[in-house]
Each structure stands twice: as C-alpha cells, then as structure tokens.
Design a protein around this ligand. Structure first.
Ligand SMILES: Nc1nc2c(ncn2[C@@H]2O[C@H](COP(=O)(O)OP(=O)(O)OP(=O)(O)O)[C@@H](O)[C@H]2O)c(=O)[nH]1
Ligand SMILES: [Mg+2]
Length: 662
C-alpha cells in the first residue's frame, strides 16, 4: 500500500488547503456470507489485529474503521487525556468521548461490548454503526466491515434476517465511492455466491468490485483444478480480478499467530500449491490491486482539485498584491489618492465598469433618496396645515381694517401663503443633510480593492475622510441659506398672475374649466398683439369671480354678512392652497437641483485637488507624517498568514503534479 499511502497523504495536503469536502476518499467495504472471512481480509489489509473474528456470527454491527493520519491537534488531544508520550498509535470510538485506547486487545473488547449493547447478546444484528478512528502516522482511509449474509434465523434474529442484512449491505455498497471486496469462500460454489450477486447488482460494470477467495487452505483436494479455473477468472468473470488469500485459521487465531507469520505462511502456501499462479494471489497482491484501483479512483478528482487550487492561488496572489508594502511611498500615496478620487467620481456619475446588480450605489442612490426621502415628504406637507377657517376669517377681517374686504384680499393671502410656505423650509433643509450624508457614504462604495487598501492605513483613511467631510461641510451652510432665501422670496412676493398658478386655480375647481377655455382663446389671440399681461390679469379675475360665484351658490341661504364672510374664507382657503401648491411644484425641482449643482458638482470638481492639498502635501512636507502609512493592527499578520497559505497551495499543486506522474 506504499504508493497509495503516498498519494493519499499528498492529497491530504491538498484537501487541507482547498475545501476539505472537495473530494471523497473511497471507502473499502467487505461483503460476503457469514464466516466467509471478511473481518480476516480487512484485518490483513489494515495490518492490525483488533477485529473480532471467529466461528458463528461474529460481526453484528457495521464497523466503520477510519484510519486517520494524525495531526498535531489530534496528538495534543490524545495527550490531554493520556499524558503518555510513548503512545504512537491509538483508537478513539465515537460512542465514548474522552477515552483513548492504545492496546488493540482492548479495542477488540470494546467492539464486542458495543456490539452487544447495540445488537443484544443473542446473535441479533443492528444497522447502527460502530465508528472508530485508528490514529496512525501513516495514512487516512476508511474501511467498513459488515455482518455476513445469512439465510437461516438463529438466536434473537428476526424472521426476515436475510432481508435486513441485505438492506444493510446495500446502504454501503450503493455509494459510488465504495470499493467492494466481494468475499467468496473457496469451499463453497462460487456460482451461488451472495456477495458477487450483490456486487453485480450495485456495480454492474464491475468498475469497483474485487472478488476475494478465502479459505483456499481447507478445500477438498479433489476440487483443486476447479479452484485454479476460478482463480484464473474462468468460472466467474470479474473485471478487476479475483484474488485468492489464505487468512488465519481459527487455530492460528487461538494460538495468537502474528499477521507477519500468517503472510509468510500464505506465500509459502501459494508457492507449494499453486506455483503457476502464485504471483497473482495472496494478501499482498490484494493490497496492491486495491491500491491501483484507489489511485485510479482518486485521479478522477485531480482536474477539479487542480482548478480549485489554481483559483485559490490567483485569489491569494491578488490579495497579497493589495497587502504588499509600497516600494515608493510617495508614488503609492499619490496614485492611491488619484484612484480614490476617480472611483468616487465614477460612482457618483454612474461610470463604474463594475456597476452592481444587487444594490443602488452612488449617484443612483442620491436620485433614489430624492424620490424616497425628499419628494414624498415634501409633497405630503398639507397646504393648509395649522390654518383653521377661524384664523382665515381673522386674517381677512384684520387686514381689511375699517374697509370692506375686496374680492381677493391680497394682504391676507400674502400672510397666509407666507405662513404655510414656512412649513416647507424644514423638509428642504433637512434634505441637504441627507444628501451630504449620502455623499460622504459613497466613499464606502468605491472600488472595493481601493477601499481595502485605504482601510489598511488608518491615518491615511482618516485624512481622506476628513477631506471629503470638510469639502461637504464647506458648502452646507451656503446651500441651506440659498434654499431658505429662495423660499423666503416666495413668501414675501406673491405672483398671482403666473400662468402656472392660474393653471392650479383652474385645476382646483372643475367648474372653472369652461371659463378658462374661453379665457385661453383670448389669451392666445392676444399673444399675437403682445398684450399678454393684461389678458392674464383679466383671466385671473374672471376665474376668481367664477370661483366666488360657485362657492356662493353652493352655500345657499340668505345673503347676509355671515354668509359673505364664509364665502370669503372658502375662496381664500382655495387660493392659499393653490398658491402653495404652485410654489411647491417649483421648489420640488429647485431644491434637488440646487444641491446637485452646489454640493454634488462642487465635490466632484474639488475632491482631487483637496486630496492632494490636504493629504498628499502634508505627507511629503512633514517628516513626522510617516504614520500616515502605518498599517492597521493585524494587517502584517494577515499578510504573513496569506503568504504561508500561498506556500501551502503551491506545495499542494506540486503534490498534485507528483500524483499525476505516479
Ligand atoms: N483456514 C482458514 N480459515 C479462515 C480463513 N479466513 C477466515 N478464516 C476463519 O473463518 C472464521 C471466520 O472468519 P471471520 O474473519 O470472522 O469471518 P467473517 O466473514 O468476518 O464472519 P462474520 O463476521 O461472522 O460474518 C474464523 O475462524 C477465521 O479464522 C482462511 O483463509 N483460512
Ligand atoms: Mg466479521
């Protein structure tokens, strides 16, 4: 098994650096009739004498034997329990925690005890496996010993014992990575062999089955020529071969004959009894055949492993590239700052080549914020918020003094519009802060590679961030001031002959539409003669008086002072709302446009210059600014770890190359 052990160990190196689950090492499963010598065959392959063997039904539970090439961690865990440094090979069972077995006789006893515990003491069987790990310094491979096929029920066995055992066997042999050792005893008719029947059913191609003929030493002398035919594959064809073996007989077991002695006797046996074919049989040949099959099987995984290793290698190399220490610090800082500015601007303007398909970023996020945060809130402000009919009435009366109010009380309208527009100032100004924050956050969505590089140097990172912060802060006050002043202008000066306002008025009262259409015709006719303003003026008056008449007729009742005031209140309420909406419509575009123009564009224009002035210049001018390239805690460690990992990956690639050559 030497070259197999080498291959497996090399692949072990590989699986340690790539995903360990990437390939499944095959399991070697023995199948055969009861007492056919299954456990004996496994024992000789494993090279350890710890499997219960004997006459009658012995193996009564699936036994999963995991040979494990131990790591330092395994060794430490063993030493924590035993504190015995002389132990070089040991066994641990999955059903007993914190116990280490180093005497293989005790292992055998524990298997027997656990078999009794799981399957009872009276010949019953169980499908619950006993799992044991044999820690060795040589290799990792799994063997499965199974109960033998039996036809007749004995002891506590159920009536359907044959079916139950068959089901149990199928569970293990159906796995595509199972190598089936179909055990046939030489002293029974191989044509009726149950093990070969099962193997044929689950591996019809015969790609993973080896037939093993046991007990050659106890055949009837008269059947020898038939046996030669069987061993030469003339009786039953098995693609991967039929190998005869001679295991320890019960007498030898009782006499405690060693495995080495048994192997020697076996070689002698073949040489004496089957000299022509002796080189093709025996436990050693079985081990070699198995090894060849396993290597072939393992080789199938090599292309995938190779691909994964190459990928891991490229990834590591690129990560190391971003973690490498700069050759020339000045060039490094200058280039990094330029790249950061470029990526920042591209993120805002939507020019990134690696635009995300998962989330909004940069400029798109700002547009989204305009919709979600600004427009919705802004348009949700109630035009008549906090303005009761009584207040309107008071405004109307108090602005008229001793005079009777005219059709439209401009003084009252101005006060009310100004009061209502005040409610738009806060949402508009707070939106400036929102955009400012978004603009700052965009720094975190620039090219990830650049960001990682920047974050590697905490001081440089801080300096870049404060440059951006300062730039945004610089403009904030002015923008807010200009937006506020813009709204204030609208508060102070009413422009009631604006055609858009007229449109709002018309839309606010369906009844006005016909009047409007009439007016519009005159308006367009007069446009040609150039007397637009007087026409719009006339139009406003006509619409307002139409509204007045509508309200008046809708109210009904006697024409008295109270009714007159009511009509005035309703009319001015409508005028205030219409004017408010008209101004808000213009502000809805104005506010984001001003922010885009004065804040976003400003940053895009100045960021590069300011990075150079506030980060790069101090870096080259100040000898004590070396700290700017001081790495974040843990980066050096990370770099070393990655370097070591890369070495391991390269070693694994080399191992893979070796395996391919083998
Ligand atoms: N003479 C001789 N005896 C063998 C040979 N192989 C196995 N035996 C004996 O056959 C008996 C059964 O061997 P096991 O290895 O326990 O057989 P098994 O197939 O595992 O049996 P179960 O687990 O009970 O199904 C033991 O007494 C072995 O010593 C062989 O090649 N020659
Ligand atoms: Mg057995």
């Amino acid at each position: 098994m030497d070259s197999l052990i080498q291959v497996i160990n090399k692949l072990q190196d590989v699986s340690a650096v790539v995903n360990a689950k990437l390939f499944d090492l095959p399991q070697i499963v023995v199948v055969g009739s009861q007492s056919s010598g299954k456990s004996s065959v496994l024992e000789s392959l494993v090279g350890k004498s710890f499997l219960p063997r004997g006459t009658g039904i012995v193996t009564r539970a699936p036994l999963i034997i995991q040979m494990v090439k131990y790591t330092n961690k395994d060794m430490k865990s063993m030493l924590d329990i035993t504190n015995d440094e002389n132990i070089k090979e040991w066994v641990r069972f999955s059903h007993i925690k914190n116990t280490v077995f180093h005497d293989f006789n005790d292992v055998k006893k524990e298997i027997e005890n656990q078999t009794n515990a799981l399957a009872g003491e009276n010949k019953g069987i169980t499908d619950k496996p006993i799992v044991l790990k044999v820690y060795t310094s040589s290799y990792t491979l799994t063997f499965v010993d199974l109960p033998g096929i039996t036809k007749l029920k004995v002891g506590d066995q159920p009536a359907d014992i044959e079916e139950q055992i068959q089901q149990l066997i199928v569970k293990y042999v159906q796995r595509p990575n199972a190598i089936i050792l179909a055990v046939v005893t030489a002293n029974t008719d191989p044509a009726t062999s149950e093990s070969l029947k099962i193997a044929k059913q689950w591996d019809p191609e015969g790609a993973r089955t080896i037939a093993v003929v046991t007990k050659l030493d106890i055949i009837d002398k008269g059947t020898k020529s038939d046996i030669v035919d069987l061993l030469c594959g003339k009786i039953i064809p098995v693609k991967l071969g039929i190998i005869g073996v001679v295991n320890r007989s019960q007498i030898y077991i009782n006499e405690n004959k060693t495995l080495e002695e048994t192997l020697k006797n076996e070689t002698e046996f073949f040489r004496t009894n089957y000299p022509e074919i002796c080189k093709m049989h025996g436990n050693k040949v079985l081990a070699n055949t198995l090894q060849d099959i396993l290597i072939k099987h393992i080789r199938k995984y090599i292309p995938t492993l190779n691909k994964n290793l190459q990928y891991t290698k490229t990834e590591l190399e690129s990560k190391l590239e971003t973690l490498k220490k700069p050759d020339c610090e000045k060039t490094f800082v200058l280039e990094l700052l330029s790249d950061i500015n470029k990526s920042y601007c591209e993120t805002v303007t939507g020019d990134r080549k690696d635009a995300s398909d998962e989330m909004l970023m940069g400029g798109a996020k700002i547009v989204n914020v305009i919709q979600d945060n600004f427009t919705k809130k802004f348009m949700a402000v109630n035009p008549l918020y906090n303005l009761s009919d009584k207040q309107i009435e008071n405004y109307l009366l108090n602005t008229s003094g001793i005079k009777k109010s005219s059709l439209v009380n401009h003084k009252a309208l101005e006060i009310m519009v100004s009061k209502q527009l005040e409610y738009l100032i806060e949402p508009a100004l707070s939106f400036v802060d929102v955009v400012r924050e978004e603009m700052f956050n965009i720094l975190d969505s620039i090219d990830q590679k650049l960001l990682n590089e920047l974050q590697r140097f905490p001081e440089l990172n801080n300096n870049v961030r404060s440059t951006l912060d300062n730039l945004l802060e610089m403009k904030l006050k002015n923008i807010k001031k200009s937006i506020k002043s813009h709204i204030k202008t609208h508060q102070k000066f009413l422009y009631t002959t604006n055609p858009n306002y007229i449109l709002h008025l018309v839309n606010s009262s369906i009844e006005c539409s016909s009047t409007f259409i009439d007016c519009k015709t005159t308006y367009f006719n007069n446009m040609k003669t150039g007397d637009i303003y007087s026409e719009i003026n006339k139009m406003e008056k006509e619409i307002v008086s139409k509204m007045y008449r509508d309200i008046l007729s809708s109210l009904g009742g006697p024409h008295d002072y109270k009714r007159e005031i009511n009509v005035q209140v309703k009319l001015h309420k409508q005028l205030t709302r219409c004017y408010f909406e008209f101004i808000r419509d213009t502000l809805r575009d104005f506010v984001p446009n001003r922010i885009n123009h004065k804040l976003v564009n400003f940053v895009l224009k100045k960021f590069d210059k300011n990075l150079k002035a506030e980060v790069f210049m101090p870096f080259i001018n100040n000898s004590s600014s070396g700290g700017m390239l001081a790495e974040k805690e843990g980066v050096a460690e990370k770099r070393n770890k990655k370097k070591k990992f890369l070495i391991a990956v390269n070693k694994a690639l080399k191992s893979l190359e070796d395996v391919q050559k083998q």
